[in-house]
Ligand binder design. Structure first.
Ligand code: UFG
Length: 343
């Protein structure tokens, strides 16, 4: 590990979640001091131990809900926090259609209270976890940051509304924010000791591939092979979670340099179909994934991938890990005889 960075700590909300935990690890490996906040409503309690095994950095875990403004204010005041990375949110498109109020409560009220706590405490640097779901997916890819916006779910709208609230605070001169719109984060830390482990069953493709490959679920259901794509299956922009984590470190650097605010796509810029991903997974792991072809999933679109030139230009960041590495790392974490045991 490098020496501790001069200056204050970074508060990470939703720190035990999938992208949050990999970002905490990336920050520690870069020598940042971290205050890691989570309420464990959709994360595993062994994440702090896993992170500690991988990097002996300066991290303090706090169990709290980000909507608990008094606690967040106390953390910000007592620890000399210089920047916040805000992940804490609900993230299932399907669940958000059933429980819209819960989504607006967690994702909007959570963001509002955090912003209020930051204002009270005089902390003015924020990295916000947003999503490509804010884009109108019917437009042609690659999608730039100025692409048409439109959300098909309460989850998506909660992210877009949060972006808009943040943007109003930025325009008031009280905040600098880099909002990162992730496309499809997948994979795990290369150690096999940290990966995606939500409390709720996964609905995304890569964790479902791993479950089917491990024989822990029915065959993978491929939702549609009649899209207007080269092989008929949906095309997305898969990006390694460690690259996504590195983008947050780069965003902090950008804010610390006083460059102001930005809204950036985080992906590889490459479109990959479901069948291509499956083929790569089998080539890399040697494991066949049983699958069936099913009807299209409601709300899915044919193709969505990013134009990533702005992130490269503004953050000097681009994804370094390819599809093979995404599959190998996802499987090292997920396979039944894998390396995840803490021992
Ligand atoms: N897919 C399957 N079978 C599955 C799961 C997914 O065939 O069991 C297909 C989907 O139809 C799609 C592709 O795999 O073509 C990727 O699906 P994911 O669910 O992994 O990802 P999405 O692109 O649908 O969703 C992601 C994020 C959401 C976000 C959305 C829009 O997970 O949070 O992008 O940007 F809202």
């Amino acid at each position: 590990m490098s020496l501790r960075k001069p200056g204050g700590a970074v508060l990470v909300t939703g720190a035990a979640g999938y992208i949050g935990s990999h970002t905490v690890l990336a920050l520690l490996r870069e020598g940042h001091a971290v205050i890691a906040l989570d309420d464990y409503s959709n994360a595993q309690r062994d994440v702090p131990t896993r992170v500690a095994r991988l990097c002996a950095g300066d991290v303090q875990w706090v169990e709290a809900d980000v909507r608990d403004q008094a606690t967040v204010e106390a953390v910000l005041a007592s620890q000399g926090v210089e920047a916040v990375i805000h992940f804490a949110a609900r993230k299932s498109v399907e669940e958000s259609c059933r429980l819209p109020l819960a989504y607006y409560d967690s994702n909007l009220i959570g963001t509002l209270r955090l912003l209020a706590a930051m204002e009270v405490s005089g902390v003015r640097r924020l990295v916000f976890s947003s999503s490509a779901t804010v884009y109108d997916a019917s437009q042609p890819s690659p999608v730039t940051e100025t692409g048409r916006l439109s959300c098909a779910s309460p989850y998506g709208r909660s992210k877009l509304m949060a972006e808009q609230i943040i943007s109003d605070v930025v325009n008031s001169g009280r905040l600098d924010c880099v909002a990162l719109r992730y496309f499809n984060p997948v994979g795990a830390d290369a150690s096999g000791k940290l990966g995606e482990d939500a409390a709720t069953p996964p609905s995304n493709l890569m964790p479902r591939i791993c479950l089917a490959a491990a024989g822990k679920s029915d065959p993978l259901q491929i939702f549609g092979n009649d899209y207007d794509t080269p092989d008929g299956t949906g095309v997305r922009d898969y990006v390694h979670v460690a690259d996504v984590a590195d983008a947050h470190v780069a965003a902090l650097r950008y804010l610390a340099a006083g460059h102001g605010s930005a809204m950036l796509n985080i992906g590889t810029g490459c479109g990959t179909s479901v069948l291509q991903l499956l083929r790569t997974f089998t080539e890399v792991t040697g494991v066949d994934v049983p699958y069936t072809i099913e009807a299209r999933r409601q709300g899915d679109v044919a193709s969505l991938f990013a134009d990533v030139s702005e992130a490269r230009r503004m953050l000097d960041w681009s994804a370094r890990r390819g599809l093979a590495e995404m599959c190998a790392d996802a499987w090292r974490w997920a396979r039944p005889d894998g390396d995840r045991a803490l021992g």
